[in-house]
Design a protein around this ligand. Structure first.
Ligand code: UDX
Length: 417
C-alpha cells in the first residue's frame, strides 16, 4: 500500500486478514512509528481488531525502496482532494509515480479516485510501468464490512497489464463478489459515475422532501413506496440536511469539471450540487420560522461528523450550519461523541461541549445533524425538556421519535414530513 490513510490502512488490514503479507508505506514518519506500535489513528469499527490480529503480516515503512523490493503490486491509496476549480488535485499521485524509479516489474494499482484518463496518461509518461485501476467503494464506518462483502470489484487493465490485472482480480476471488474486468478509463468512470449517481439519488429525495413539506405529504412514506420498486431500490433514499464526506462532494464536482474540460456541460450534476448546498442551509429558515431573529439565540448542534460511526468532518453539514448560524448572530454549541474536539478550529467560535446535556442546557433549539444512536436514547421528555430554554427540535435526519417529542410538548421539525 502506498499511503497509510483511511483507504490504505483499511485495505492493508483486510488483505492481511485474507492471509496476504502487506507492506504499507507512508511518507509521515510519526504515522509509521505509531502504526508500528499498534496504534489506530482513526475511528473505524473493526479496523483496530484486524490490525491487531494480523500484526505479523503487516509492516509499516517510510521507504519506497523497501516497498519496491518486497512487492510487485503497488496499491496507490493517496488522497486526491479537490482544488479550487473543483478538479482533482493529482499532485500526491504524481509524486508517487515519480518515486517509483524506472522499474518494469511493478504495477501501480490505482485505488485513489482519479479523473477519467489518468491511467492512460500515467502509462504514457512512465513507459513499462504496469497499471491497473481498482477503485474503492468503501463507506466510512462500515469499511471492513464493505471490503469483505463488496457488491462488486472493478478491475481495469492498462495497456500490456492483463497479467497484473489477473493477479489483482485473484486477490479478491475469495470474497465471492462479481469481478468487473474492463479497461482503465471505464473503471475510472465507474467509480465517479457511481458516486455521482448516489449523490443524485440523495439530492432527488431531498427535493421530494422539500416539496412534500409544502404539499402535505410525508417523504418517509413516499420513499418507502418508491423504494419497493426494484428499479429504484430503497437504499440512499434517506432525506436529510445534505450529503457530505470526503467522496460525494469531491467526486460529483470532479465529474462535472471533467465533463466541462472536455466541452460538455453536465447540467444534472450542476443541479445536484446546488440542491445539496441549499439543503444544508434550509435549517436556518426552519429555526427562524419559530424563533424569529437568531441574534443571541443559543443553538445546540447535535453531531459534527458528516455521518455516524466516523470522526471525519470533511464537507460536514455541521461546519456550514455553525458558520451560517454565527453569521445570523446566534451562539452555537456543538457536541459529538467522537468528532467535535478534532473539528474545534473549523467550527469558528462555536462552543465544543463534552456531553449532549451540556450542549442542550439553556438552548433555544436543538438541531440533530448526525444520527448518532445516543441522541435517540436521550431522555427527551424529561431531562432534555427540563434543560432547554425553548423546546424546539429540528431533526435533520428524521431520526428522533417525532410523535413522542410532540406529545412531550416539543415543537418538532423534520425533513419533508
Ligand atoms: C461514499 C460511498 O458510499 C462509497 O462507496 C465511496 O467509496 C466513498 O463515498 P461515504 O462518504 O463513507 O461513502 O459515506 P456514505 O455512507 O455513502 O454517505 C455519504 C453522505 O450521504 C453522508 O453525508 C450521508 O449522511 C449522506 N446520505 C447517505 C444521505 O443524506 N442520504 C442517504 O440516503 C444516504
Amino acid at each position: 500500500m502506498i499511503g497509510a490513510g483511511w483507504v490504505g490502512l483499511c485495505t492493508a488490514a483486510c488483505f492481511a486478514e485474507l492471509g496476504h503479507e502487506v507492506v504499507a508505506r507512508d511518507i509521515v514518519p510519526e504515522k509509521v512509528e505509531s502504526l508500528s506500535r499498534g496504534e489506530v489513528p482513526m475511528h473505524e469499527p473493526g479496523l483496530g481488531e484486524l490490525l491487531e490480529r494480523n500484526a505479523e503480516r503487516l509492516t509499516f515503512t517510510t521507504s519506497m525502496e523497501e516497498l519496491l523490493e518486497r512487492t510487485r503490486l503497488l496499491f496507490c491509496c493517496v488522497d486526491t482532494p479537490p482544488t479550487y476549480s473543483g478538479d482533482a488535485d493529482l499532485s500526491r499521485v504524481q509524486s508517487v509515480i515519480d518515486d517509483l524509479g524506472d522499474s518494469v516489474e511493478h504495477a501501480i494499482v490505482m485505488k485513489s479516485t482519479v479523473p477519467v484518463g489518468t491511467g492512460r496518461s500515467i502509462q504514457r509518461r512512465r513507459e513499462g510501468l504496469g497499471y491497473v485501476s481498482n477503485p474503492e467503494f468503501l463507506k466510512e464506518g462500515t469499511a471492513v464490512e464493505d471490503f469483505m462483502h463488496p457488491d462488486r470489484v472493478v478491475v481495469g487493465a492498462g495497456e500490456g497489464s492483463e497479467g497484473f490485472a489477473d493477479r489483482v482480480a485473484a486477490l479478491y476471488e475469495p470474497l465471492g463478489a462479481p469481478i468487473v474486468r474492463t479497461d482503465v478509463a471505464s473503471a475510472e468512470m465507474i467509480k465517479l459515475a457511481s458516486n455521482a449517481f448516489l449523490a443524485t439519488k440523495i439530492s432527488f429525495i431531498n427535493e421530494i422532501a422539500n416539496v412534500s413539506e409544502e404539499l402535505g405529504a410525508d417523504v418517509l412514506e413516499v420513499a418507502r413506496g418508491m423504494g419497493l420498486d426494484e428499479r429504484i431500490g430503497d437504499k440512499f433514499l434517506r432525506p436529510g440536511i445534505g450529503y457530505g464526506g470526503s467522496c460525494f462532494p469531491k467526486d460529483v464536482s470532479a465529474l462535472k469539471q471533467l465533463a466541462g474540460n472536455s466541452g460538455y456541460h453536465f447540467q444534472l450534476l450542476t443541479a445536484v450540487i446546488e440542491v445539496n448546498e441549499l439543503q444544508k442551509r434550509r435549517t436556518i429558515g426552519k429555526l427562524q420560522k419559530h424563533l424569529g431573529s437568531l441574534v443571541n439565540r443559543e443553538i445546540a448542534l447535535l453531531g459534527v461528523a458528516f455521518k455516524p460511526d466516523t470522526d471525519d468532518v470533511r464537507e460536514a453539514t455541521s461546519l456550514v450550519l455553525a458558520a451560517r448560524l454565527q453569521g445570523e448572530g446566534a451562539n452555537v454549541r456543538v457536541y459529538d461523541p467522537v468528532a467535535a474536539q478534532k473539528a474545534a478550529e473549523l467550527l469558528g467560535g462555536a462552543r465544543v461541549c463534552v456531553s449532549a446535556g451540556e450542549a442542550l442546557d439553556g438552548a433555544d433549539a436543538a438541531v440533530l445533524v448526525t444520527e448518532w444512536p445516543e441522541f435517540a436514547e436521550l431522555d427527551w421528555a424529561g431531562d432534555v425538556k427540563g434543560r432547554m430554554a425553548t423546546p424546539l427540535v429540528v431533526d435533520g435526519r428524521n431520526f428522533l421519535d417525532r410523535d413522542g417529542l410532540r406529545e412531550a410538548g416539543f415543537t418538532y421539525e423534520g425533513i419533508g414530513r
